[in-house]
Every structure is written in structure tokens, then in C-alpha cells.
Design a protein around this ligand. Structure first.
Ligand code: TGC
Ligand code: FAD
Length: 389
């Protein structure tokens, strides 16, 4: 099969600067060499490829946009391109980097004090400390404001009680960012170190999606942490949502990587698969599917790039990020299903990538705000009326 070259129908490369292209190409080559050959095995066995963490750190992908603390200090557009390339390999790999950077390092950087930043950020940038982000609970997914996890002040400590569900990296994390309500009902962020008495995790098994990623439940039972582990500089839901803006931005780019992977595989397959004495690529119905894929990849790229430019200027709004996350992921899911269809029966085996991307994208469409929650965010923007309740 022809080597993967990405998709650039509108010469989007000409809109990127040299550093952006160079980093994109470095990560792309790394994914081809280090991820593609091993990822199906991890997906089959339900394991995360931990051995890749030092290389992810070496390439500056962990906390990539943070300035200082041994982080790469890259632009958001470059970060987006990195996420695109990682997700071309597997959504689980992009998830790992999203959670580490956007959901764990970012809140420490944005809401933490200097001592907390020095304690965690350099180790996290090097991949020596792994983080997880606990917002969702068993009974509060789309509506995290209803969370039951409580942090009760007791002298110079807080005592945490409650549980978090579906937490990426949970079982492997050295530190958890946990969102809990204090006695006054206000949501605050806490740093909980692995091994703290009363803090335990349990991995979720039997997933058909994001299999090469650790997903866990976090439990807190009279878990006493020092009051100095409170993130001092934010209060309320805007704390976790501020992190989600960055992670959702990365997902909008990541989905393009999945789209490109399945488009490439479906095109190559269609050109060589013979039915009724001709390659299936010669039939109009197959061409219509490939044309649709190219159309949606190109639209998604332009959307992500302009969002990246807005974010780099500090102008990207939460509802603009919602549109990009919703559109690019739902199109990626649609395209991956079409690609799987083009591969016929071959598309249901893990000899090919389409099935894995399709399964992964079901999670990506749900996490970080479901497709419909983002649709409602846009509905609220248009009408001024929140329709969640
Ligand atoms: P609402 O009353 O609208 O807002 C509460 C406060 O939050 C502020 N806010 C935001 N701030 C920054 N960025 C955003 N995107 C924000 N959205 C809201 C808002 O201004 C307000 O601030 P203040 O100062 O007035 O208090 O909140 P609501 O409870 O009505 O909820 C609205 C809704 C449904 C849109 C929201 O709850 C939502 O987005 N739900 C989806 C939940 C979600 O995305 N969960 C993600 C969990 S983490 C995850 O999935 C990680 S997967 C990682 C991986 O593996 O890659
Ligand atoms: P629900 O909120 O119960 O939604 C179920 C359905 O109801 C959806 O279709 C939804 O769109 C719809 N719905 C809900 N409310 C409304 C409404 N008002 N109007 C119309 N429709 C509505 N969370 C974390 O905190 N940290 C993580 O690291 C993390 N990692 C994850 C990894 C994976 C693999 C997965 C699958 C999830 C992860 N999550 C994580 C959780 C994720 O954010 C939630 O699954 C997501 O927010 C949706 O919540 P829910 O699953 O409880 O679904």
C-alpha cells in the first residue's frame, strides 16, 4: 500500500509556517515508525503502549503549549497539528497526550501556585509523572455541576469522599486533578497523589472503544489531603470547563488524523479490490463515498486551522470550539463507517485500521461533551436560551 502522506486538497500547507510543518512531519514520521506497527496488538490486548511515553515527552508533546517548566511553549496551531498526527495513529494515544497536557498540566499551570507548578510540571513534561482528570461521576456525565464528590475542610486538610467514572489514565496516574464541591457547594480543584490513603482506582474492562487507553474509576473514601493541594486560583465550573476548552480544541484536530487514516486506507483498498472485473474504485457509488471523505476532511481542516489561529491570538470562544469538536468528530465517525463499508468484510478485522478508528470515534464523540451537548451549546449561542434543562 502507498505510504501515508496526509490529505491536503486545498494546499493548507501553504498556510502553515516552517516550524508548524516541521513538527507535524516529525510526529507523522514517528507515528508511522513507532505507533502503526504496534497499535493493533495493544488494541487487541487492551493495553496502553507505555513504552512510548519517553518519546512523546522527547518530542515536546506533553504540555506542549505551556511556556516554562521544561515545556515546549508551542503555538496552539502546532499543538493541534501534533494531535492530528497522534490520532492518525490511535485516538488512545491522542487521549493520553490530551489528558496529560490540556486537562492536567494546564490547570496546574493556570490555577496552581508556584510551588505546585514546580512540583508537578517539569516531571509531567518529561513523562515521569502521569496525570488524570476526574470530573465525570457515575450519575453526572453531561451535567457535571450536579457532582456528589465532596471536599470537607478539617484543620489543615481536606477530606475527599465520592467517586469519579470513566477517567482516562486513572489507573496509571501519579496525580489526579479531582473536581469536588466544598461545604459551601462551590466546585474546586484538588491534587491527589497516588498512594494517598483512601484513594483507590479500578480499571474499566470490556471496552470495545479506546482499547489502547486506560479508563478507570476513582474512589475517595475519607481521603485526607493537605489543604495546600487545593488549586487556589479558580472556583466553580469554569475551572474544569477552562481545561476542556483546550482539550476539545485538540480533539477537533485529532479527529482529522483519524479521518485521514481511514480515507487513505479506503482509497488504497478501493483501487486494488476487484469486483465484477474492475477495481471497486471505478464504481460511482464508491467514488461518491471517497469524494465525501475528501470534502469533509478539507472543510474540517479549514475549520481547525482558523480556530487555531483564533486561539493563538487569544480570541477563540468556547462556542467556536464546540462547533469544531462536534463537527470534526461526528464527520470522522461518519467517514470511518463509510471507510469500513468500502473494505467490505476485510473492514471488520484488525488487519486494517478502519474498524479500530470507527470504534474509537464512538468514545471521542461522547467524551469532552457529547455531540448533542455541543449542539445545545450552539443552540444557546444562537437563541440565548439554554435548552439543557
Ligand atoms: P453553565 O451554567 O452554562 O456554566 C457554569 C459556569 O461555567 C462557565 N462555562 C465555561 N467556562 C469556560 N469554558 C466553557 N466552555 C464554559 N462553559 C461554561 C460559565 O460561564 C459559568 O461560569 P460562572 O462564572 O457564571 O459560574 O453550566 P451548566 O451546568 O448549565 O452546563 C452546561 C453544559 C451542559 C454545556 C456543560 O455542563 C457541559 O459542557 N457538559 C459536558 C460535560 C463534559 O464535557 N465533560 C467532560 C469530562 S472530561 C472528559 O471527557 C475527558 S476525556 C479525555 C480524553 O481521554 O481525551
Ligand atoms: P450522559 O450524560 O448520561 O448522556 C447520555 C445521552 O444523553 C447522550 O446521548 C447525551 O447527549 C444525552 N443527553 C444528556 N443530557 C442531555 C440534554 N440535556 N439534552 C439532550 N440530550 C442529553 N470524564 C472525565 O471526567 N475524565 C476523563 O478522563 C474521561 N475520560 C473518558 C474516556 C472515555 C473512553 C469515555 C467513554 C468517557 C470519558 N469521560 C471522562 C466521561 C465523558 O466525559 C462522559 O462520558 C460524557 O461527558 C457523557 O457523560 P455520560 O457518559 O454520563 O452520558
Amino acid at each position: 500500500m502507498k505510504a501515508f502522506e496526509g490529505s491536503d486538497f486545498y494546499n493548507i500547507d501553504s498556510l502553515l509556517n516552517e516550524e508548524e510543518r516541521m513538527i507535524r512531519d516529525t510526529v507523522r514520521a514517528w507515528v508511522s515508525k513507532e505507533v502503526i506497527p504496534i497499535i493493533e496488538k495493544h488494541d487487541r490486548e487492551g493495553t496502553f503502549p507505555k513504552n512510548l511515553i519517553p518519546q512523546l515527552a522527547e518530542m515536546g508533546t506533553l504540555g506542549a503549549t505551556i511556556k516554562g517548566y521544561e515545556c515546549a511553549g508551542l503555538s496552539y496551531t502546532t499543538y493541534g497539528l501534533i494531535m492530528q498526527e497522534l490520532e492518525r495513529g490511535d485516538s488512545g494515544l491522542r487521549s493520553f497526550v490530551s489528558v496529560q497536557g490540556a486537562l492536567c498540566m494546564y490547570p496546574i499551570f493556570a490555577y496552581g501556585n508556584e510551588e505546585q507548578k514546580q512540583k508537578y510540571l517539569p516531571g509531567m513534561a518529561k513523562g515521569k509523572l502521569i496525570g488524570c482528570f476526574g470530573l465525570t461521576e457515575p450519575d453526572f456525565g453531561s451535567n457535571p455541576g450536579g457532582m456528589l464528590t465532596r471536599a470537607t475542610k478539617d484543620g489543615s486538610s481536606y477530606i475527599l469522599n465520592g467517586s469519579k467514572m470513566w477517567i482516562t489514565n486513572g489507573g496509571v496516574a501519579d496525580v489526579a486533578i479531582v473536581w469536588a464541591k466544598t461545604e459551601d457547594g462551590v466546585i474546586r480543584g484538588f491534587l491527589v497523589d497516588k498512594g494517598t490513603p483512601g484513594y483507590s482506582t479500578k480499571d474499566v474492562h470490556g471496552k470495545f472503544s479506546l482499547r489502547a487507553s486506560v479508563t478507570s474509576e476513582l474512589n475517595f473514601s475519607d481521603c485526607r489531603i493537605p489543604a495546600s493541594n487545593l488549586l487556589p486560583n479558580v472556583q466553580g465550573l469554569k475551572g474544569p470547563f477552562g481545561c476542556l476548552n483546550n482539550a476539545r480544541f485538540g480533539i477537533a484536530w485529532g479527529a482529522l488524523g483519524s479521518m485521514m487514516a481511514v480515507f487513505h486506507e479506503a482509497t488504497e483498498y478501493a483501487k486494488t479490490r476487484i469486483q465484477f472485473d474492475k477495481p471497486i474504485a471505478s464504481y460511482q457509488l464508491v467514488q461518491a463515498k471517497l469524494a465525501y471523505m475528501l470534502q469533509e476532511i478539507t472543510k474540517g481542516q479549514l475549520l481547525a486551522l482558523q480556530l487555531g489561529r483564533l486561539k493563538d491570538r487569544g480570541e477563540a470562544k468556547a462556542h467556536q470550539i464546540s462547533l469544531a469538536k462536534m463537527n470534526n468528530v461526528s464527520e470522522a465517525l461518519k467517514i470511518s463507517r463509510m471507510a469500513r463499508d468500502i473494505l467490505g468484510a476485510s473492514g471488520i478485522t484488525d488487519e486494517y485500521q478502519v474498524g479500530r478508528h470507527m470504534r474509537n470515534l464512538e468514545s471521542v464523540n461522547t467524551y469532552e461533551g457529547t455531540e448533542d451537548i455541543h449542539r445545545l451549546v450552539l443552540g444557546e449561542y444562537v437563541t440565548g436560551i439554554p435548552a439543557y434543562r
